[in-house]
Design a protein around this ligand. Structure first.
Ligand code: GRF
Length: 187
């Protein structure tokens, strides 16, 4: 199964996918990291693992369509099965979506439809929720609104700080994303 991973930041989910031996054995082939932030830590993580990197900045283009069209052209010869978003901080528009219908997947750190958008863990914490979740879903033309593939709860404990909660959510992400991709591989 050929995939590209899109990420903008630290890349711990990228690592969890790239370092998962079961996924590798099952045939996961990460063809490319697409990154919109030239200083993102995820870039070094890809390079260390010999995954090619494509850095593409929105500010270099007149609009989002041009920006995404360049990505579409870059990906076209790779014959990808899926695009996996892993902390990619851009909304996907129809330029990409129309080329990969039902084949772009995102991970979001909340119990969607609650807390879609930015700072989801922090907002659940500040709202004194008793739990939050990790959700993996297909991308559609909304923000964090596409059909849910998997959702697992994460408790918010009385003595949690934002940092301890974030760590628990990320731990759940790093288990769930490889497991969901493995399921797709077996289909
Ligand atoms: C994760 O919390 C993911 O759910 C969200 O962005 C974060 C990315 O973290 N979409 P990392 O860059 O994978 O460490």
């Amino acid at each position: 199964m050929k995939v590209a991973i899109f990420a903008s930041g630290t890349g711990t989910n990228f690592e969890a996918l790239a370092d998962n031996k079961t996924l590798k054995k099952a045939g996961l082939d990460i063809k490319l990291l697409v990154c919109d932030q030239p200083n993102a830590k995820v870039i070094a993580k890809a390079e260390e693992r010999n995954v090619p990197v494509f850095v593409n900045k929105l500010s270099n283009y007149a609009d989002r369509h041009e920006y995404e069209q360049v990505i579409v052209d870059k990906l076209a010869p790779m014959d990808l099965d899926y695009i996996l978003l892993a902390g990619y901080m851009k909304v996907i528009t129809n330029t990409l979506l129309s080329k990969y219908p039902g084949r772009i997947i995102n991970i979001h750190p909340s119990k969607l439809p609650k807390y879609s958008g930015l700072d989801a863990i922090e907002r659940a914490f500040e709202a004194h929720e008793s739990e939050t979740a990790v959700t993996i879903h297909y991308i559609d033309d909304g923000v964090d609104t596409g059909p849910i593939i998997a959702q697992e709860s994460v408790p918010i404990l009385d003595d949690d700080t934002l940092a301890t909660l974030e760590a628990r959510v990320h731990q759940k992400e790093h288990q769930m994303y490889p497991a969901v991709v493995l399921d797709l591989l077996k289909k």
